[in-house]
Design a protein around this ligand. Structure first.
Ligand SMILES: Cc1cc2nc3c(=O)[nH]c(=O)nc-3n(C[C@H](O)[C@H](O)[C@H](O)COP(=O)(O)OP(=O)(O)OC[C@H]3O[C@@H](n4cnc5c(N)ncnc54)[C@H](O)[C@@H]3O)c2cc1C
Length: 311
């Protein structure tokens, strides 16, 4: 369901207002502020508020009285150093607050990230909208043969059509029964005066996991990047990855130096175990090392060869 006219007007009113402040602001993030970035078929993410910038990381690291800014290149160098050496507390000085609309099954994965402040839309108090996440055909894939948590090839033809029809029909039927049990009209009055209607907190248990929920989610940059390192990774489920990817674009606008350091030292980096490192050293010394005799398991070997682009 697109934003209503009232919701759009609220956002535009906030975007039209300007509040003078002595605090540092980031023009690129100010441009994005309050605007909903559409994700999946009915979801979105939008920045509601933030505190700090790249300079705030440097300022805290130096415990300085001023902005902490020397030269941009010097600041970026310090941020890279902090990221490389996991000196994480200066990154906690930046905070951001999002409004997210997401399917319930994605929210269940997201909520596992405990180092954030959350307030969710209450389905005890309000009636959920009649909208469900239905995957795009390209995302309708079979179970992976090699990864029990992943997807394999995309379903085709009649099977894909049947799955889509089932997903749509089941979600619609469950929602229709939810609405019937609630017995509420648009104003919340009984739709059928002969029935009492079931409490919202009970009727909601009939909804499918692809129904959408919403929350405000606030966290600091350190924990946000931890979230992105897990959820923007290729091992994360596509439906949460699109949110993490959108967050990374927001981070790029907000704290460009921290974003670049994160891509370099976290997202684009790889961890080698002691065993892997020993194999690498033997390879670099010219030895023809095979998995058998490498001292690492087949799985670790395969992961290592994947990292080295040898598969
Ligand atoms: C690809 C993938 C697959 C997953 N599969 C499963 C699954 O099958 N089943 C399942 O249950 N979960 C699964 N998870 C969720 C995963 O186990 C974590 O719960 C989730 O990623 C949150 O990570 P976190 O605890 O590091 O984050 P946060 O909760 O944000 O915590 C950040 C960090 O704070 C510290 N911390 C926070 N709370 C505590 C605490 N109480 N004690 C000690 N340290 C703490 C830890 O250092 C932690 O890494 C999966 C996650 C991913 C990315």
């Amino acid at each position: 369901m697109p934003l209503t006219d009232t919701q759009r007007a609220d956002i535009e009113a906030l975007r039209a207002a300007a509040a003078p402040t002595r605090r540092p602001t980031v023009p690129a993030l100010e441009d994005m502020l309050f605007t909903a970035i559409p994700l999946l078929d009915h979801g979105f993410i939008r920045v509601v508020d933030y505190m700090g910038d790249d300079g705030a990381i440097v300022q805290a690291a130096r415990v300085s009285y001023g902005r902490g800014t020397r030269r941009v290149s010097e600041d970026a160098g310090l941020i890279r150093y902090l990221m490389r050496h996991r000196h994480s507390t200066p990154f906690e000085m930046c905070e951001i607050k999002f409004h997210v609309k997401l399917p319930i099954f994605v929210a269940r994965q997201w909520i596992r990230h405990r180092t954030a402040n959350v307030n969710e839309y209450s389905a005890r108090y309000s009636v959920l909208d009649r909208e469900f996440y239905i995957p795009a055909p390209a995302q309708l894939a079979a179970q992976s043969d090699i990864n029990r948590q992943g997807r394999g090839t995309v379903l085709q033809g009649a099977e894909a059509a049947e799955v889509l029809a089932l997903l749509r029909a089941d979600a619609a039927t469950c929602y229709d029964h939810y609405a019937h049990m609630l017995n509420e009209d648009a104003e919340g009055a009984p739709a059928d005066p002969a029935r009492q209607g079931l409490a919202r907190e009970l009727a909601r248990m009939n909804l499918t996991l692809n129904a959408y929920t919403q929350w405000y989610w606030k966290t600091d940059l350190h924990n946000l990047l931890h979230f992105c390192s897990l959820r923007a990774d290729t091992h994360a489920q596509y439906e949460i990855r699109v949110y993490a990817d959108a967050i990374l674009e927001i981070v790029r606008a907000w704290v460009p130096a921290a974003h670049a350091a994160f891509l370099d030292y976290r997202l684009g980096a790889a961890t080698f175990s002691a065993g892997m490192l020993s194999v690498l050293k033997r390879m670099l010394a010219g030895e023809a090392v095979a998995q058998d005799g490498s001292g690492i398991s087949k799985r670790e070997w395969s992961e290592m060869m994947g990292l080295l682009g040898k598969q």
